[in-house]
Design a protein around this ligand. Structure first.
Ligand code: GLP
Length: 252
């Protein structure tokens, strides 16, 4: 947007009405509408407090209070030393519920690049949950991989996958796509049951996903089967609730 247009939007005449409540609230409501309608684009930088005060002929205190409302509503972000910006828009990704696809494939279909950061991997003594989910025999070790999954560089999910040791004897070979590795040994699941539930981000998951502790999340647990009926994957994913959507196609 041109600086002159921005000035026009900030001037009192653009938003101040008689008997319409405190000035700072009127101004923050005005900016909020401009952001929500897209007139002020995501990541656009706003003039400084001093400049806005000058253009609108309001006090800096009024401007500051208005901006505080927008910060609290997460419509703008303040970056120390560089100013105030319209908050980046997190695009929701839709996922079809009926296809058994990998994270990498899902992202590719949406024209996004995906990446995996391995947080931990190795062979471990299985937990009671893993023994039941994977039908492991006593004394059998389990292969685990914990990954932070990104789409176009933005952290989207944390996935913790467990597989029987004979299916994935060396978990360190999984650096990007798990299903690519399983494909090579003809062990890619052919069918899966997926359970989705609502959840809130724990401290640790919030840190990894660059979100706030307690923010809404989706927990997705997938049990994957070989054509023989054997369970070969048990994965729990924590997805950022503001970035992921599941879509189911329903037919009569
Ligand atoms: C999805 C599934 C996981 C599966 C993963 C494999 O995210 N929810 O259960 O393990 O895809 O993806 P990739 O092959 O990219 O590692």
């Amino acid at each position: 947007m041109r600086a002159a247009d921005m000035d026009e939007m900030i001037k009192q005449e653009a938003w101040l009405r008689a008997n319409a409540g405190p000035r700072y609230l009127q101004f923050s409501r005005h900016l909020s509408q401009l952001i929500k309608s897209g007139v002020l684009a995501a990541e656009a930088s706003l003039p400084s407090e001093r400049e806005m005060a000058q253009i609108s002929d309001m006090s800096r205190v009024t401007i500051r209070k208005a901006i505080e409302v927008l910060v609290a509503d997460k419509l703008v972000v303040q970056r120390r030393g560089s100013g105030t910006f319209v908050a980046p828009r997190i695009q929701k990704l839709e996922h079809s519920l009926s296809r058994l696809t990998s994270f990498t494939e899902d992202m590719l279909r949406r024209g996004k690049s995906s990446s995996s950061e391995v947080i931990a991997s190795g062979l471990f003594t299985p937990s009671p949950e893993e023994i039941v989910a994977l039908g492991l025999r006593s004394g059998e070790l389990v292969a685990r991989i914990e990954r932070l999954r990104r789409a176009d560089g933005v952290p989207l999910a944390i996935e913790r996958s467990s597989l029987p040791r004979d299916i994935l004897p060396d978990p360190s070979v999984v650096t990007t796509s798990l299903y690519d590795v399983l494909d090579k040994t003809n062990c890619r699941p052919e069918r899966a049951i997926q359970r989705i539930s609502a959840s809130l981000l724990s401290d640790e998951n919030a840190r990894l996903l660059e979100a706030e502790t307690g923010a809404p999340a989706l927990k997705i647990a997938r049990t994957g089967y070989l054509p023989t009926g054997r369970v070969i994957e048990f994965t729990t994913g924590i997805y950022r609730g503001d970035a992921y959507d599941f879509v189911a196609e329903l037919q009569t």
